[in-house]
Design a binder for this molecule. Structure first.
Ligand SMILES: [Zn+2]
Ligand SMILES: [Zn+2]
Length: 348
């Protein structure tokens, strides 16, 4: 049996190919993909640095969901028909980070969609049932947002934000907006900041509080929403030096700045802001990926449960729905700036 798959043949050479449907062996499950989102990291993967381990051709896509249609001879056959979100990281389970549950920090990981074949295809092999987070009611489109939703939730958790507090979030893209929704779900207030007029307008139109970073006094905007106080935590979601400076200025003494956005270049901090980080005794907290460990909480299981319960909505953030055939051109258009997206997704 043949299937369509968007495969990267070389840097800049993404094609929709016809290939054999893989057969599950051992503990593997064959998933019929329902939806797969384009991640911000897929653009540099396709156009700049290519496959992470030199595997070509490589089916890309790591934000996906689907239904189990076949199982290897050591897999649980009762999983046939199960649907859910995919955890794309394949940890080695032997290095120190893995032994302590920090799979995202694995020293020898494999990864669906960047090191082995991923979700921009009609079917995808999962190494085992552990990579499927089962869902009941949530749509495939919603479940395909689980990976970025978990990243957003992880940043909110590591920022320490809690009920009654206010988080300022720099960057009003999909992950920033989902972080704002988690913060609100956890009982906090969230204020998004972005310099892009269209992103601020989109966030506001989708029920979130957002301001223009280049036009408004952010400290004033926060004080106006938080009994005259500064933010309890900031999430830096852009990787820009100016946004990091803004976060430091906006957070109260003893507050936390969570560093989530990948840096766009060398970070430069004005002397005054660097000093301020000392004077305020700020905690600067790196944030990487998300946690699938059982303690303190399995963010993946929790996210899917909240999606299933209809308490964490994301489908309204999807602006572009594509076919596998349309993906290569759409990615070129997104990169070239001729196609503006919030969240784009291949829907099968
Ligand atoms: Zn991603
Ligand atoms: Zn490991």
């Amino acid at each position: 049996m043949m299937m369509k798959a968007d495969r990267l043949h070389a840097i800049g050479d993404l094609r929709c190919d016809s290939v054999d449907v893989p057969q599950p062996q051992g503990t593997e499950l064959l998933l019929r993909v329902g939806a797969c989102g384009i991640c911000g990291s897929d653009l540099p993967r396709v156009f700049e640095h290519g496959s992470s381990n030199g595997k070509y051709p490589l089916t890309i896509g790591h934000e996906f969901a689907g239904e189990v249609v076949a199982a290897g001879n050591q897999a649980d056959a009762s999983l046939l028909g199960a649907r859910g979100a995919v955890f794309p990281l394949i940890p080695c389970r032997t290095c120190d980070p893995c032994l302590t549950g920090s799979y995202a920090m694995c020293e020898r990981y494999d990864y669906l969609g960047s090191r082995r074949d991923g979700g921009f295809a009609e079917y995808c092999l999962l190494p085992s049932a552990w990579h499927l987070i089962r869902a009941e009611k949530a749509s495939m489109e919603t479940l395909a947002m689980t990976e970025p939703a978990c990243v957003a939730q992880h940043a909110v958790r590591l920022s320490g934000i809690t009920a009654g507090q206010l988080a300022v979030i720099y960057g009003a893209g999909p992950i920033g907006m989902m972080a704002a929704r988690w913060a609100e779900l956890f009982g906090a207030k969230a204020l998004l900041v972005d310099i892009a007029k269209d992103k601020v307008a989109f966030a506001k139109a989708h029920g979130l509080d957002a301001v223009r970073g280049d036009q408004e006094d952010i400290e004033q905007a926060i004080r106006a929403r938080h009994q005259g106080k500064l933010a309890d935590a900031a999430i830096e979601g852009t990787g820009a030096s100016a946004a990091l400076a803004g976060c430091i200025a906006c957070v109260r003494a003893k507050g936390t700045v969570a560093l989530l956005g990948n840096p766009m270049g060398d970070t430069r901090l004005p002397l005054k802001l660097h000093s301020m980080a000392l004077r305020k005794e700020l905690t600067l907290r790196g944030v990487w990926n998300s946690s699938r460990a059982p303690y303190p909480v399995d963010e993946w299981a929790y996210t899917v449960a909240m999606m299933d319960a209809g308490r964490f909505a994301v489908q309204d953030l999807i602006t572009d729905r594509l076919t596998l055939e349309q993906l290569p051109q759409a990615m070129a258009d997104i990169r070239g700036g001729t196609r503006k997206i919030v969240k784009a997704m291949v829907v099968l």
